[in-house]
Design a protein around this ligand. Sequence first.
Ligand code: HAH
Length: 327
Amino acid sequence: MFGSLCKTYKEYFPIGAAVNSFSINTHKELIVNHFSGITPENQMKPQFVHPTEHLYDFEQGDIIADFAEENNLSLRGHTLIWHNQTPDWFFKDGGGPVSRSLALKRMKEHIYTVMGHYRGRTYAWDVVNEAVSDNAEEPVLRQAPWLAAIGDDYVEYAFRFAREADPAAKLYYNDYNECDPVKSRKIYDLVKSLIDRGIPVDGIGMQGHWNIYAPEPDKIRRAVELYASLGVSLQITELDISMFRFDDRTAYEKVHNELLELQAERYGEIFKLLREYRDLFTGVTFWGIADDDTWLSDFPVKGRRNWPLLFDDEHNPKKAFDSIVVF
Ligand code: HAH
């Protein structure tokens, strides 16, 4: 028998995992033994809860929220305003593009209804996901349907509506490539300008979709310190360690031992750093539970196996698990 991950980290920060409507059954034992919180991987995204203008569907999200309650797990909401997995109807009116005022009305109604539905159950929400562009030559905000429909101030409206909809929920700005020096500066600038103008942002979610080669701990450290200088709370919200660099299209049928060892080393050094910053982190969430169910086995290469998590296909702990529970 091996120790419990979240119990090991009790004095440091809560540890969560992304779940879906299947994994709460197929991975239940791992979830309840090792994690103290969950995030629905997909089931609270606009595509799922608000597929057409006059239809909200909370069935799958509710199953996950019930599971959280029955098993005493905290629940993070993910996500309200994003450029992906958001139906087109939000941005259309009749045959043409939506007007700014109608887009704002839809945004407000969406946030009020979804956060209102889960009020008292979700302790935090990723209010805006991935609004910042990756490219140094581009402005801070990426080209996105919400930006086109509303304008630069769409992010601040989202946070204002979110605070009104559920004053008790912690409100996060969440993004990936969050340790890249160019992008982290943009994320910092965005969140700083929101805070300076009194817009309610409680924290920054660093997704943590990393790989066995990058980012180096020093890069992570610099990003953590930059974000922490804003005085907001920090969470790692979607941690996984891919076996491939992002542009690498190699595929293996089985995972080699050297890769598993490298991954364990990476997990080990990352958690060492996170433990150092325990006062800043209010949560660390993995984007999945075991290697038999991970979005990375379909992204960025469809159908390519990946092994990014702490538990293997048989739900046994990997070396990566040992490297973070023994310190
Ligand atoms: C995340 N995007 C999303 O926040 C999450 O909702 C989804 O389930 C998986 C990953 C990450 C991402 C990336 O790492 C690289 C390019 C685009 C998006």
